[in-house]
Design a protein around this ligand. Structure first.
Ligand SMILES: NC(=O)c1ccc[n+]([C@@H]2O[C@H](COP(=O)([O-])OP(=O)(O)OC[C@H]3O[C@@H](n4cnc5c(N)ncnc54)[C@H](OP(=O)(O)O)[C@@H]3O)[C@@H](O)[C@H]2O)c1
Length: 293
């Protein structure tokens, strides 16, 4: 049995459906507050539904029973219930899950994280780091996936990249390269590594096939869609100020992530691909899908 914590999220949902399609048994953690559409999609995909919460250790003991591999993609950065701070969910909650997984003698724990830049720190990054360290010391065979920025999130309308209306918000000058990756490729790697001895006790970095600046990305969309984009720039100074004056850890994290984008982040995926060969989705592939859809 595989357990996916974060099953109702973007990446966790993809891991669930891939495992189920491959004929694997999958249990997905849901909450009473989870979106009914997402819960139904899991049910339709053949995922066993188990109610629990990272902040409730007893519920995690129950959902970990009989589990071989845990995949944890959960985070409170977007999907938060009352009282669910990053500290309670991304740090203490993930620690609860590791402890419950150890008590249930699971054979592999795959944790989804990101590397971040050494010159920017923010609460989500600190919580991810603390979780990865706890996992490595837990005695459970582990895999940490360090993913770059998801193209579907950062090059999508929620973050101001509105390809349909040829409008994009650019954090910083848009001239620093980023290894945009598809969450689908992150899901494929998480499963491949989680099921293989080659993925045991490994940190695996994954970015896309080509690092591109945000302005290069805009040009790709303009060429393929035949429409010139309007651009809104958020200067790096504004992001530094927003981070310094943030009223809570979530605001500080958002500003930190946007600063991370403004300063760029390139990932060398060669080592990961040598061990887990796969064809990575390019920004061009993604643009064609968005513009056709
Ligand atoms: N976006 C990026 O560019 C990027 C890059 C690198 C790494 N990542 C990492 O990738 C992972 C997956 O991201 P995503 O976009 O799939 O996230 P997402 O769509 O926001 O999903 C978050 C999931 O966490 C669950 N969750 C939140 N609080 C919980 C709690 N207290 N107990 C149990 N579950 C809880 C949510 O459940 P409900 O539906 O019940 O609220 C949801 O299933 C995250 O860990 C993120 O940090 C993201």
């Amino acid at each position: 049995m595989n357990l996916v914590v974060g099953a109702t999220g973007v990446l966790g949902g993809e891991i669930c459906s891939r495992l189920a399609q491959a004929g694997e048994s999958v249990r997905g953690l849901i909450r009473a507050s989870s979106s009914p559409e997402r819960v139904n999609a899991l049910r339709k995909a053949g995922v066993e539904l188990a109610t629990g919460d990272l902040t409730d250790r007893a519920s995690l003991d129950a959902v970990c029973r009989g589990v071989h591999a845990v995949y944890s993609t959960a985070t409170a950065i977007l999907s938060r219930q009352e009282g669910n701070t990053l500290e309670r969910v991304d740090r203490e909650g993930q620690a609860n899950l590791i402890d419950a997984a150890r008590a249930a003698s699971v054979a592999r724990f795959v944790f989804i994280s990101f590397r971040g830049r050494s010159d920017i720190d923010y609460p989500l990054q600190a919580a991810k780091r603390a979780t990865a360290e706890r996992l490595k010391k837990s005695g459970i065979p582990w895999t940490v996936i360090e993913a770059s920025m998801f193209m579907e999130v950062w090059l999508g309308p929620h973050l101001g990249f509105d390809a349909k209306n040829a409008h994009a918000r650019i954090f910083g000058k848009g001239d620093k390269k980023i290894s945009w990756v598809s969450y689908k490729d992150v899901a494929a790697l998480a499963i491949a590594a989680g099921q293989s001895a080659a993925g045991e006790n490994q940190v695996l970095e994954i970015g896309g096939p080509e690092a591109l600046t945000p302005l290069e990305v805009v040009r790709i969309f303009e060429e393929r869609g035949g429409k010139k984009f309007d651009l809104d720039y958020v200067p790096e100074e504004a992001l530094i100020n927003a981070k310094a004056n943030a009223k809570n850890p979530v605001e500080e994290t958002f500003a930190g992530l946007q600063l991370f984008y403004a300063r760029g982040f390139e990932v060398d995926t060669r080592q990961t691909l040598a061990r887990f060969p796969m064809r990575l989705t390019s920004v061009r592939d993604y643009a064609d899908g968005v513009l056709a859809g």
